[in-house]
Ligand binder design. Structure first.
Ligand code: GDP
Length: 533
């Protein structure tokens, strides 16, 4: 097989995605069920207990254990119906949502998981915005239909009104809450009635009937049957037509109803997802749009993680393969430093297990032991020099000076701050006032600050102190210092600089921001840092 054919085949058979959701919507449960149907685990519950085991042996992030949360995120890979699926796992805790934003930069599809009783929640909205920025195809899964939930039409309406996202219902729930029995699949015009299994730990058995089969009356109660027919009629009439192109552009979201806990609708979702999801897509670079079948290996770092194995104090760089074939022992170029590096110990990722791999293709993620040279957004390549667009920084919401009370440990303090920043654990800003040299930590959540302090102490041996600042909103100024000078004095605004010396405005609340925007319509503000390159 020629290289081109090999790449083409690899790309066509790969699908990757990340799940975006608000905590508690059921991401862990759905992930487990997808692995169950993908045959990667045989009994649900395995992922969690595995994680628990690992927590017992690894104390990278004693904090994870103390809080019982998952801070780290990796990649789960499994095969299903001749596809290789890469699920880019994201941290469970919203304080680490910046990691999720970055993971979305490596994803080709997103699954928006919502709790059907709650509808859209704040974290989902935020993450949705990041997907929209990237025009990612979004698959919506309304979960927990086995519990009292909102009416499906109401959920569809909310998504359309609030997010401006049209949906295409691929399946439709039959009954809600206690009476939730299954779903109607619009693709095949069949109904699937499920039986509950103990804790949903094995695949749900189902009865499948055509919607026109007279036997329906025997298995489904009259009221539900007529309600279903009515609702199907409504959506056939008012809902937008199926349009794969609009799905791939992120304009139309295939919508599913189900219950991850009882497995209802999970397999139907997976099947339809594979049919509609987009294969690994092209990425923008200094050489233009890079098609995945471009023969040379190229990729970019979207995430760094330190000390997954405390015995080795290692650091792993997660690289999204964009083009070409990655092979073990390959010598690649590191665009930012101009150095070459032999990648002899790549790792394929399954949960937090890291088995060495020999090859990887576009759409895959490889974990590289990081000799300290990689930072978020870095490009690695073979062949002609290329630089990928990079990954923007997202608006932080908590700000604090990080103080080092012990000046004899200045070096370690500086090293720690620099490394944690490069790794993307935290954003760093500085006061405009040169006499205030303490770095300002800019975080998405409180826990992120705690993790920095914890790691400064445990990994760099520096005890630090936090001095909180009273700001909640950050905005980058388009046009930089010049644009800012032109508008003159701003009220209720602090001006700081990011690590590339660009001005960032900090506000105590949304209201102050709106006031400044109102007073200075000429000032262009952005919640996302402009890309470096
Ligand atoms: P995450 O925070 O999004 O990862 O949510 P989890 O997967 O941990 O789920 C949160 C809670 O909701 C857990 O108690 C789950 O058992 C429960 N849950 C998840 N999916 C379903 C579902 O389909 N139905 C019901 N009734 N509960 C669910």
């Amino acid at each position: 097989m020629s290289t081109e054919q090999e790449l083409k085949q690899a790309v066509e058979s790969r699908r990757n995605f990340a799940i975006i959701s608000h905590p508690d919507a059921g991401k862990t449960t759905l992930t487990e069920k997808l692995l169950l149907y993908g045959g990667a685990i045989h009994q649900a519950g395995a992922v969690k207990s595995k994680r628990a085991q690992r927590q017992a042996t690894s104390d990278w992030m004693e904090l994870e254990k103390q809080r019982g949360i998952s801070i780290t995120s990796t990649v789960l890979q499994f095969d299903y119906h001749n596809f290789q699926i890469n699920l880019l796992d994201t941290p469970g805790h919203q304080d680490f949502s910046e990691d999720t934003y970055r993971t979305l930069a490596a994803a080709d599809n997103a699954v928006m998981l919502i709790d059907a009783a709650k509808g859209l929640e704040p974290q989902t909205r935020k993450l949705f915005e990041v997907c929209r920025m990237r025009s990612l195809p979004i698959f919506t899964f309304a979960n927990k239909m086995d519990r009292p939930s909102r009416e499906p039409l109401e959920l569809i309406d909310e998504i359309e009104q609030e997010l401006g996202l049209q949906t295409y219902a691929v399946n439709w729930p039959i009954g809600l809450g206690d009476r939730f029995q299954g779903v109607y699949d619009r693709r095949t015009e069949q109904i699937h009635l499920f039986q509950r299994t103990a804790h949903g730990s094995t695949q749900a058995q189902s009865t499948v009937l055509s919607i026109t089969d007279p036997k329906i009356e025997e298995v489904l109660d009259q009221e539900l049957y007529f309600q279903l027919k009515d609702e199907i009629e409504i959506i056939e009439e008012v809902a937008p037509d199926f349009d794969l192109k609009r799905i791939h552009n992120g304009e139309l979201s295939p919508m599913f109803f189900g219950s991850a806990m009882t497995n209802f609708g999970v397999q139907l979702f997976l099947d339809a997802f594979l049919e509609y999801a987009q294969p690994p897509e092209a990425h923008q670079s200094s050489l233009g749009e890079m098609n995945p079948t471009y023969p040379d290996f190229t990729g970019f770092v979207f995430k760094l993680q330190a000390n997954m194995d405390p015995k080795h104090r290692d650091r792993v760089a997660f690289v999204r393969v964009c083009t070409g074939k990655f092979e073990k022992d390959m010598t690649v170029n590191h665009a930012r430093s101009g150095k070459t590096v032999r990648l002899s110990r790549p790792q394929k990722l399954f949960a937090q297990d890291r088995d060495s791999i020999d090859n990887a293709y576009p759409g895959d993620v490889i974990g590289l032991n990081n000799p300290g040279m990689f930072a978020i957004g870095d490009t690695v390549y073979t062949g002609q020099k290329i630089v990928y667009e990079g990954i923007p920084s997202f608006s932080p919401e908590l700000f604090a000076y990080l103080k080092n009370p012990n000046s004899s440990r200045f070096k370690q303090f500086h090293k720690g701050v620099t490394e944690l920043r490069e790794e993307g654990a935290i954003q760093i800003m500085y006061s405009k006032d040169e006499s205030k040299r303490d770095p300002i930590l800019a975080a998405v959540g409180q826990l992120q600050l705690e993790v920095v302090q914890y790691r400064m102490e445990n990994e760099y041996n520096v005890e630090t102190r936090l001095e909180m600042l009273p700001y909640k909103v950050a905005r980058w100024v388009k046009g930089g210092w010049e644009a800012l000078d032109e508008v003159g004095r701003l009220f209720n605004t602090a001006i700081v600089k990011d690590i590339l010396d660009r001005p960032v405005l900090l506000f105590k609340n949304q209201w102050n921001l709106q006031q400044v925007e109102g007073d200075h319509p000429e000032l262009q503000l952005s919640a996302i840092a402009p890309l470096e390159r």
